[in-house]
Design a protein around this ligand. Structure first.
Ligand code: ADP
Ligand code: MG
Length: 640
């Protein structure tokens, strides 16, 4: 991972109380209250059977049990009513409890309050657990660090590490915070950050991340970020924040709930008032009205989607895939097109310089010019050129007016001469390099020209290798009936060579950033969502326009990662399959839950209206369907 992917994603909000996540179920008050009330109610039931208790004491006990079991959920429902002017499912249940009390159905009221409280407690607890499951990553970071102070080793709390200090990590130890290796090399297991289990070898100058394990070397690392700002902390914050970005289904259900719940409440009132006015059995219809209130409360519908999304995002996070909002998972679930950038996405973006053709200039000056200018750019080609030329001790010219043109190349002035390094800009360029670039020269290479004051003065050819998993991944995507297109700023020849090796049929080459954007828009007219995967500045427009933009987290530039909705922390291209499958699963679970909820509602409502089931029955069925939907949602976080 270059620099700090997570940092670049800039989390803004502070997440809520961190310690609150470590509670066990028996420490979770809403649930414990309800269960305690339940146990007490059962006990009271048997005591009342054998001991004669006067009505006043009984009622006092009922009131206590109701208050105890409903304390949390009723408080929340009332707060929502006051703050958000929202009649939620909680209000429906409060109405049902009060209704039962008015009718003198005390034990029904207690039963309802306890059961609803228990179900809500289980749900909230599950939600909190799912939401914060990603936090288990924090436990991976050691609490202490071995610093070197005045040449001596000393153990200090990791949170006291300051930027610039040097710490030591021995074989088998976990790295306490982010830093740069200043001494030694080692295989580092980065699975906690990237989800990738194969250790990567790291040398002096490479970044090391908190929570990753030094498997075999002695490392001295210079702190680059404080303990609280390290990569894992940022990932966690980001993933938690993402869960707040609501999916379309969720927004729809909430909007539906805002209209639906008041209708239920009014209907129940009508069921009580009209028979009363007509003088027909008041108590019969009132009981039905209360059963109806319980049966019609859309709890399963409202609670199951957030649980599903939270579970899905948490799972993705543990896999090294950062999803920036709940909405994207659902969208990924109906992907129709995957658009792929070539350099850096399908290829490793680690190029080697294979040919140098100086024209009217000696080779060393050409290389010095290229080195001095490309050193200033972050493009994978630029990095490769600078790295390859450096050992030949190039001259270092002062560059003025440096400019990067995404998808094209770079410009800069040396003295009064204006240089351009990049792909051929026009037909004139192509013509003037023609005699040097025969088929064997091109052979799938990236061709870069160097121009001095508008005239070609050199040609460079670079070769890049395809990512090892790319071909298999592409085939699997095709098997999912997904349309694939490769979008590249590179030349046609190079583009087709790579596409043929990968088996991609739809190839678009010589694209500028705005051309990539147009292609994304073109595909949006087709069936299914458009997913764009890229890494460069030149992909940023397309990433932002696609239904879901995915950035490569390691090689990717800041701009691309910020424009994208999802980032692959390990640059593992295979992750596209993982995230599409996860999206599909989330979508399926949501659909199942909606169908189940609507089905249960449509059965329970008539049964209560015709008086076929009474209040306790309605309560039990209602809560069961709710818990079923929630446990179904939890599945999104389990492995398949
Ligand atoms: P892709 O779309 O495949 O990721 P880019 O759009 O980033 O590729 O680059 C397209 C072409 O532009 C490259 O093949 C190269 O010829 C040229 N180019 C872009 N940036 C640079 C640079 N810094 N130096 C040299 N050539 C560049
Ligand atoms: Mg690229």
């Amino acid at each position: 991972m270059n620099k700090n992917v997570a940092m670049r994603l800039k989390p803004t909000s502070k997440s809520e109380d961190r310690t609150a996540l470590n509670y066990r179920w028996y420490e979770f008050h809403p649930l414990v209250n309800a269960l305690f009330a339940g146990a007490f109610a059962i006990l009271a039931y048997f005591v009342f059977k054998v001991v004669l208790v006067n009505d006043f004491v009984k009622i006092l006990l009922y009131v206590l049990l109701i208050l105890l079991s409903s304390f949390y959920w009723a408080k929340e429902a009332i707060a929502n009513l006051i703050d958000k002017k929202e009649i939620g499912t909680g209000i429906l249940v409060i109405a049902a409890v009060i209704g039962s009390i008015v009718l003198g159905l005390w034990s029904e009221a207690v039963f309802l309050s306890i059961l609803y409280g228990t179900a809500e407690g289980i749900e909230d607890y599950t939600y909190a657990r799912t939401r914060h499951s990603i936090r288990s990553l924090l436990k991976l970071i050691p609490k202490e660090a071995r610093v070197i102070l005045k040449g001596k080793e000393k153990i200090i709390p990791a949170k006291n590490l300051k930027v610039g200090e040097i710490f030591l990590v021995k074989p088998g130890e976990t790295i306490p915070t982010d830093g740069v290796i200043v001494k030694g090399s080692a295989h580092i297991d980065e699975s906690s950050v990237t989800g990738e289990f194969n250790p990567v070898i790291k040398y002096i100058g490479d970044n090391a991340f908190a929570g990753t394990i030094n498997t075999d070397g002695f490392l001295e690392i210079r702190v680059t970020s404080l303990f609280k700002d390290n990569t894992i902390s940022k990932i966690i914050e980001l993933v938690e924040r993402a869960q707040e970005g609501k999916s379309k289904t969720q927004l729809f259900i909430e909007r539906f709930g805002r209209i639906y719940s008041p209708i239920v409440l009014v209907t129940a009132l009508i069921l009580i008032i009209i028979p009363h006015m007509l003088g027909i059995s008041y108590s019969l219809w009132s009981t039905r009205a209360i059963s109806f209130l319980v049966a019609a409360a859309p709890c399963a519908l409202i609670m199951s989607t957030p649980v599903t999304i939270a579970a899905g995002i948490g799972k993705a996070g543990k896999h090294g895939v950062l999803v920036k909002g709940g909405i994207y998972l659902g969208v990924l679930g109906h992907t129709g097109t995957v658009l792929l950038d070539k350099t850096g996405t399908l290829t490793l973006g680690k190029m080697t310089l294979v040919k140098i053709v100086p024209i009217d200039v000696d080779k060393n000056s050409l290389l010095s010019i290229v080195y001095s200018i490309e050193k200033l750019s972050n493009h994978p080609i630029a990095k490769a050129l600078a790295k390859e030329i450096k050992p030949s001790n190039p001259q270092n010219f002062d560059i003025s007016n440096f400019k990067e043109i995404p998808g094209l190349g770079v410009k800069g002035k040396i003295g009064t001469d204006l240089f351009y390094i990049g792909r051929p800009e026009n037909n004139k360029d192509i013509k003037s390099i023609k005699k040097y670039t025969d088929a064997s020269f091109m052979d799938g290479k990236i061709v870069v020209i160097v121009k001095k004051n508008g005239r070609v003065t050199g040609i460079l050819a670079l070769s890049d290798s395809i990512r090892p998993d790319a071909r298999v991944t592409i085939q699997r995507l095709y098997r999912k009936n997904i349309h694939i297109a490769m979008l590249t700023g590179d030349n046609k020849n190079s583009a087709y060579r790579i596409a043929t090796k990968l088996g991609i049929e739809d190839v678009r080459s010589n694209l500028r950033p705005e051309d990539k954007l147009k292609i994304v828009e073109e595909f949006k007219h087709r069936v299914g969502a458009v997913v764009m995967v890229g890494d460069g500045v030149n992909d940023a427009l397309a990433l932002a326009t696609a239904d879901v933009g995915i950035a490569m987290g390691v090689i990717g530039t800041d701009v691309a990662i910020e424009a994208a909705d999802v980032a692959f922390m390990s640059d593992d291209f295979k992750n596209i399959l993982f995230i599409l499958d996860l999206g599909k699963k989330v979508r399926q679970i949501n659909t199942q839950n909606i169908i189940l909820s609507v089905f249960v509602l449509s059965i329970l409502i008539p049964l209560t209206l015709f008086g076929i089931i009474n209040i306790p029955f309605a309560v039990v069925f209602h809560e069961l369907s709710e818990l079923f939907a929630v446990s179904n949602g939890v599945r999104a976080g389990l492995s398949t």
